[in-house]
Design a protein around this ligand. Structure first.
Ligand code: FES
Ligand code: FES
Length: 160
């Protein structure tokens, strides 16, 4: 398999990428960069635990080969999001609302919530449901997660 040689920006830092084109982005992030916040749940693109933001869009990294990402790709993982004010507000709201049980889905939930609030700072309950539709949680029943996103939205400054 061919090896790609590219430069991306990951959590705001320039990263030299040398990897087989078919390597999964999730593995590259976790194993090559040590960014283990993104989790592997299903490994089939169904659960959202591995969600990261690629060029502004939330994507599941477990089914994305690195070869598909060109030079200059910008990736934001949960580690980068938690350094941002909006990310901290989201995490805090999840804790306050009791939206975390086993916690396995939470990194992906935080990433998808951040992406949602970036494009829609005051989402309706329906918009939150749609924004988190790709993220599965087997513990919470989603009600508290939706409350947490609402709470975070209410605390966000107008511009993040
Ligand atoms: S681990 Fe990627 S979607 Fe489930
Ligand atoms: S808190 Fe356990 S899967 Fe969501």
């Amino acid at each position: 398999m061919s090896t790609i040689k590219r430069t991306w920006k990951v959590n705001g830092k320039s990263v030299a990428v040398r990897a087989p084109a078919g390597r999964r982005l999730l593995d590259f992030l976790r194993e090559d960069l040590g960014l283990v916040g993104s989790k592997e749940g299903c490994g089939e693109g169904e659960c959202g635990a591995c969600t990261v933001i690629v060029d502004g869009e939330p994507v599941v990294s477990c089914i994305l080969p690195v070869g598909q990402l060109p030079d200059g790709t910008e990736i934001l993982t949960v580690e980068g999001i938690e350094k941002k004010r909006a990310g901290r507000l989201i995490q805090q709201a999840f804790v306050e609302c009791g939206a975390v049980q086993c916690g396995f889905c939470i990194p992906g939930m935080v990433v998808s919530s951040y992406a949602l609030l970036c494009r829609n700072p005051k989402p309706s309950v329906q918009a939150i449901r749609e924004g988190l539709a790709g993220n599965l949680c087997r513990c919470t029943g989603y009600t508290k997660i939706i409350q947490a996103v609402k709470l975070a939205a209410s605390r966000l400054p107008k511009r993040k």
